[in-house]
Design a protein around this ligand. Structure first.
Ligand code: ZN
Length: 140
């Protein structure tokens, strides 16, 4: 247990004391570098990389309180796969059929594609406390 605490403190110190390199110049990537631990930032950056290379919106319902988007992305062997993304304008609730956020607590490239143009920064409710740099500083 002491070793585990020591390792966590080392990881926290690394996350606070060094700058992460952003590669794609997006506001969300820069914000992720500020709030996420290093390890989670690199996972987030992988999602941004997908987005930059191969993501596009191929359909959406007329803008309303809830808008459903269909996002297309090139995956294995240049095959395109489509994902449904639901976005609620009032609650800022967003959900993707790939369920990456529900599984890992990191927004998928499909949601980033839809929401990064709507919000300057990643909405706080989509930054899992356990993945933030301040997780150890502010105990529950
Ligand atoms: Zn997704």
């Amino acid at each position: 247990m002491n070793q585990q605490r020591h390792n966590l403190k080392l990881l926290e110190a690394q996350s606070h004391n060094s700058m992460l390199e952003t590669l794609f110049g997006s506001n969300w990537e820069a914000y992720a570098a500020k709030v996420y631990t290093h390890e989670v930032f690199f996972d987030f950056q992988e999602e941004v990389k997908f987005l930059v290379n191969a993501c596009s919106v191929c359909g959406y319902t007329p803008p309303d309180l809830v808008t459903n988007f269909e996002v297309s992305i090139v995956e294995d062997a240049n095959k395109r796969k489509r994902y449904a993304v639901e976005y609620n304008r009032r609650t800022m609730y967003v959900c993707c059929a790939c369920k990456l956020f529900e599984r890992k607590g990191i927004l998928c490239n499909h949601i980033i594609w839809i929401c990064s143009g709507k919000f300057k920064e990643i909405p706080e409710k989509y930054i899992m406390r356990r993945w933030s740099k301040n997780a150890l500083r502010n105990p529950v």
